[in-house]
Ligand binder design. Structure first.
Ligand code: SAH
Ligand code: SF4
Ligand code: F3S
Length: 467
């Protein structure tokens, strides 16, 4: 989860748009859709707010730090907006995303620089909302939950695309209500897109040269989308069936999905890992804690044992599968013993990569009002110990690739002349010397060295395959 900037693809137009994206991949996908919906209005790219007529901050509410970043960015935008207004070039500032959904009118009270607040389900209304700001009708606020309408209006098959990999949101929202988490409040109830709509989008992406799609959802393995035409009698399809179906689309070589919940793992999905070669053998399955007591307090709805059983079943189905996860340390009431249980679970699983966070108290969530909040210094010390272990595991996993031949999807030129870079099936960055003509293709690379964050190798000239 990093801050990223989506720069609109060049298009004829007179107005400039700058979107800054915080948070998860679903926000990255949404930023691209906002760009697409604004392009016909004549918005073209700006790589800084200085040059922009419209600035959109697509925000994240997951941890306090993420949410606060937005207000510091708004603070920076204020003098810029004033300066531009004085020179007769008014700038519109919009706050989108999960802070918009959670904060609503409060945002404009706290930061009057904001002209427009728009929640994640109403991006299709952006043109209308911007027009209303321009007409000077005052405050514009739209944070309803109308997820179905959003996708009908936004996810047009003719989305703009750069590169060879793409995100496709297939599911939104969450009904799990983990006691620490804001997502059920910012993204609403679980909802799945109909299969026909997803297929149309992936086909169009493939036609534009995309080779790898990552299916997104806050609970992506809870996917239950309306079955496609010709299969109406099935009612809905699960994620495994969807993956197999998308694998049939010509040009699509690799499929991934994120993020899954242990409670929604079904046998069909596990089987899909076993027999669908285009589904990459890399699986993100957050567990948060290894202590059953804490898992219960988090309302995760499963035990450590049940999580480990899923991992074992996955490894039987696909022996080369690598696992990544998310962890929270310092959840209210977490003792040293609970934390040790987490460390034990990590040792048992052996992760390829992980995200780990210090618990952040989020107002309005059930855990926020629990007593026994863990001392900040204790949580920091535990996080450091956990990250040291996870870092060692990641390095060991990368080193285990040395000597192997991996299919790499090349995406860009590398840091020096003649170098090209891409991703392994396990999402590792791989660098090697090779012709630019391989960019957009999958070629085999023999790995010769590994560090914590990347692999280096040489082209074998070997056959191209997905994984
Ligand atoms: N739906 C996914 C994750 C969504 S949020 C799941 O259920 O796993 C991404 C990650 O942020 C979570 O897995 C969790 O590790 C972290 N997170 C969520 N709320 C948090 C909080 N209040 N404090 C710290 N980390 C949090
Ligand atoms: Fe948040 Fe839990 Fe839902 Fe994941 S499953 S989005 S952690 S409430
Ligand atoms: Fe953040 Fe919202 Fe994603 S809170 S992690 S941007 S769903």
């Amino acid at each position: 989860m990093t801050d990223t900037t989506v720069t609109p693809a060049p298009q004829r137009g007179r107005k400039k748009l700058f979107i800054k994206t915080y948070g998860c991949q679903m926000n990255v996908y949404d930023s691209e859709r906002m760009r697409d919906v604004l392009t016909p209005l004549g918005y073209e790219p700006s790589d800084s707010p200085e040059g922009a007529d419209l600035v959109i901050l697509n925000t994240c509410h997951i941890r306090e730090k993420a949410a606060e970043k937005v207000y510091s960015e708004l603070g920076r935008l204020k003098p810029l907006k004033e300066e531009k207004a004085a020179s007769g070039a008014p700038m519109t500032v919009a706050v989108a995303g999960c802070v918009a959904q959670a904060g609503g009118p409060e945002i404009q009270r706290r930061a009057p620089v904001v002209d427009l607040v728009v929640g994640p389900q109403t991006y299709h209304k952006l043109p209308e909302l911007i027009a209303s700001v321009h007409r000077g009708r005052g405050e514009a606020l739209d944070t309803e939950f109308e997820v179905e309408e959003k996708f009908d209006a936004l996810a047009t098959p003719d989305r703009q695309i750069e590169g060879y990999t793409a995100f496709v949101t297939v599911q939104e929202g969450c009904d799990k209500f983990c006691t620490f988490c804001v997502v059920p409040y910012t993204r609403g109830a679980e909802w799945s897109r109909p299969v026909d709509q997803i297929v149309a989008e992936v086909r169009a992406l493939a036609a534009k040269g995309v080779r790898e799609v990552t299916l997104l959802g806050q609970n992506v393995n809870a996917f239950h989308g309306q079955a496609p035409s010709g299969h109406e009698a099935d009612g809905t399809w699960g994620l495994g069936r969807l993956v197999r179906h998308l694998a049939l689309i010509g040009g699509i070589e690799r499929i991934r999905f994120t993020t899954s919940h242990p409670k929604d793992m079904d046998e069909e999905l596990i089987e899909t890992f076993a027999d669908e070669a285009k589904l990459m053998p890399y699986f993100h399955l957050p567990v948060q804690s290894g202590s059953d007591r804490i898992l219960r307090a988090m309302n995760r709805k499963h035990s450590a044992e049940e999580y480990l059983a899923i991992i074992e079943r996955l490894r039987q189905a696909r022996p080369d599968i690598a696992i990544s996860g998310d962890f929270i340390v310092g959840f209210p009431g977490e003792t040293e013993g609970d934390f040790e249980a987490t460390m034990d679970l990590v040792r048992q699983v052996g992760y390829a990569a992980c995200f780990s966070f210090k618990y952040s108290r989020r107002p309005g969530t059930p855990a926020a009002s629990l007593g026994a909040q863990v001392d900040e210094a204790v949580a920091s010390e535990r996080l450091a110990r956990l990250q040291a272990l996870l870092g060692e595991q990641q390095e060991a996993f990368n080193r285990s690739m040395v000597g192997k031949a991996l299919p790499v999807l090349f995406e860009r030129t590398g840091r020096h002349d003649g170098q090209i870079s891409g991703r392994s099936p396990y999402l590792q960055a791989v660098h090697c010397d090779g012709p630019e003509s391989l960019i957009g293709q999958i070629a085999e690379v023999e790995i010769v060295s590994a560090s914590r964050n990347a692999l280096a190798g040489r082209l074998t000239g070997g056959k191209r395959s997905a994984a």
